[in-house]
Design a protein around this ligand. Structure first.
Ligand code: F6R
Length: 585
């Protein structure tokens, strides 16, 4: 969590830093700060709250660093916001990650006379660099300081009167953007995509010095490292809101296009991955949150279409399965960001047991992509809203293709997804949105919403409930259709909303019976189904295309969640307490 940025070049650094931080706010948004260097002066500005609330003046300069925070150590205060400065105010750093040995370092530095101004773990880095800089060059001082740190970091650092900007990373992401006579450092590409698409992905435990050119060294040994300049395919338009008020609605509305991008994977690529799945002795899907729901959906498709059992495990629980892993196991971590700490830990465990790792991720150059033996991109484009919407459906579509490919039926999956594209256009049209605003206004005052589904749509029910609760703060729970009567039905009373996912497949009749059980206890039934049914109080028509129907069923719920948030005055792009990249365990 937290987003960091650095800039050196001909433009006004503060403007670049501020606009870049706005693009990184999905990584944390409880406070922010910028330090701009103007030769003799390091001018720092820090604020709590969102960047959009700021209407003050920023210092002008050609070099600076910035940070947007998701608090871990120390409360949400200006004092704890980054950048942090050394005692003499000559060194400024912004940090993303966690310094596990910060207390020990803080005690040592305090004994040497350093005075700390914040409660954060990060501030020790500025003081450590200051300590080493008494005898070494700035570059060497940063490198030595980094060697003392236990934990994870992505770091940007500048000094008073210096011409260089330094970036370094261990386990947290940092990418370098190379413009025409200008340099960028950021946690993620959208922060500078308006200016350049030429990037260098810094490796783990590497440090970059940007001065007149780019120099990369190994943090441990100091030896030089060469890294290629790569071109990112994301565009500036993809990373902007365009005509939409919020990224969430923009990203929901572009799912027709992201489906096309999933279909753009060649047959040979998909068949190659399916072959690895078929040949493995034991396959694990490992993921968190929405990505876990996509994995669970796919496990049903693998079971039905490919007759293949897939173990689906929450990444945070995966280490407890290590005794099942061998060198013939295939572990497939699924992660939009490719930075989720629990997922990275699972990969570490898998590799320590000799298992092979095939990553599915949306972010090129991400930690996950580098750690895996093989990887496949989700092709969803940048997802800026904290909630996953288009990345979720891309995962479901890609995994569905893999399941069908595993049974030698890839063409069928392609046909189902192609038909879904037209349907997504209808589901995200103004007409459907108006209908869902109407539903949202009926539900906005409710305290609880339940969602039920069976088979592939049981995970859809889980995902639907997650979408509703994380953005509107209405309590929502998803269940397999048959389970509600085993306890939770006790909570159904007059008017309790229950969303029933009733596709035209083998689950239809049974889920309708489950809906009747709820209706007869006063429940208000919202049916997602190809045809209307007399027990539905509100009907959302959705066709069923083979085992790909789960990816369509979630779309109206994404839209409903968005309108519930807007009607309740919540920010759909930045729900409270959340961050998009969860880089803490
Ligand atoms: C929910 C959401 C989260 C993520 C989860 C995993 O809308 O976005 O539940 O799905 O934090 O993130 P990734 O896929 O980046 O590993």
């Amino acid at each position: 969590m937290c987003g960091i940025i650095g800039y050196k070049g001909k433009r006004n650094a503060s403007d670049i830093l501020l606009s870049g931080l706005k693009r990184l706010e999905y990584r944390g948004y409880d406070s922010w700060g910028i330090t701009a260097q103007n030769g003799e002066e390091l001018a720092t500005i820090k604020r709590t709250g969102k960047l959009s609330d700021f209407d003050g003046k920023l210092p002008s300069s050609h070099m600076g660093i910035g940070h947007t925070r998701w608090a871990t150590h120390g409360g949400v205060t200006e004092r704890n916001a980054h950048p942090h400065l050394s005692c003499d105010g000559a060194i400024a750093i912004a940090h993303n990650g966690i310094i596990e040995n910060y207390q020990e370092l803080r005690d040592e530095l305090s004994a040497k006379g350093h005075v700390f101004k914040s409660d954060t773990d990060s501030e020790v880095i500025a003081h450590l660099i200051e300590e080493y800089a008494k005898e070494k060059s700035f570059k060497e001082a940063v490198r030595k300081a980094l060697q003392q740190l236990k934990g994870s970091y992505a770091l940007v650092a500048i000094r008073r009167n210096g011409s260089e900007i330094i970036g370094a990373r261990k386990e947290s992401p940092l990418v370098i953007g190379i413009g025409d006579g200008e340099w960028f450092l950021a946690s993620d590409v959208p922060a500078f995509i308006d200016y350049t698409k030429d990037v260098v992905f810094l490796g783990d435990e590497e440090m970059a010095v940007l001065d007149r050119g780019l120099e990369i060294v190994d943090i441990g040994t100091g030896s030089p490292i060469r890294r290629p300049i790569e071109k990112v395919s994301w565009s500036a338009e993809q990373a902007s809101k365009g005509e939409f008020e919020h990224y969430m609605m923009k990203e929901i509305s572009e799912q027709n296009e992201t489906m096309r991008q999933v279909l753009a994977h060649s047959d040979s690529e998909i068949m190659g991955i399916a072959k690895r799945i078929n040949e493995a002795f034991g396959v694990f899907f490992v993921a968190c949150g929405s990505s876990y729901h996509a994995a669970l959906t796919a496990s049903y498709v693998f079971s039905k279409i490919a007759k293949k059992h897939i173990n689906v495990v929450y990444a945070s629980e995966f280490p407890y399965y290590e005794d099942f892993l061998t060198d013939r196991t295939l572990v497939i971590p699924i992660s939009q960001s490719g930075e989720t700490a629990d997922v990275m830990q699972a990969v570490k465990v898998a590799k320590s047991k000799g298992a092979k790792v095939l990553a599915i991720t949306n972010v090129m150059g991400s930690s996950l992509m580098r750690a895996a033996h093989w990887s496949v991109m989700m092709n969803a484009g940048p997802e800026i809203c904290v909630l996953s919407t288009k990345s979720y459906t891309s995962q479901v579509a890609l995994l569905t293709m893999l399941a069908y490919a595993s049974a030698g039926r890839l063409a069928e999956a392609r046909a189902h997804i192609e038909k879904s594209v037209a349907e997504i256009e209808r589901l995200t049209s103004a007409e459907t949105k108006i209908k869902l605003v109407e539903l949202a206004s009926k539900l906005r005052e409710k305290e609880n919403i339940y969602v039920i589904g069976r088979g592939t749509n049981y995970p859809t029910a889980l995902e639907a409930a997650l979408k509703i609760k994380e953005v509107s703060y209405i309590h929502a729970e998803g269940f397999p259709g048959g389970e509600l009567k085993h306890g939770t039905i006790a909570l159904i009373e007059e008017g309790t909303p229950c969303i029933v996912i009733a596709p035209g497949d083998e689950t239809h009749n049974e889920i309708i019976s489950n809906a009747m059980e709820i209706k007869s206890r006063g429940g208000y039934i919202i049916g997602l189904s190809p045809e209307n049914n007399e027990i539905f109080d509100f009907h959302i028509p959705i066709p069923t295309f083979g085992e790909a129907n789960a990816l369509l069923n979630i779309i109206p719920i994404q839209i409903l969640s968005y309108y519930l948030a807007v009607l309740r005055g919540c920010d759909p792009d930045k729900p409270k307490n959340l961050a998009k990249s969860v880089t803490v365990k």
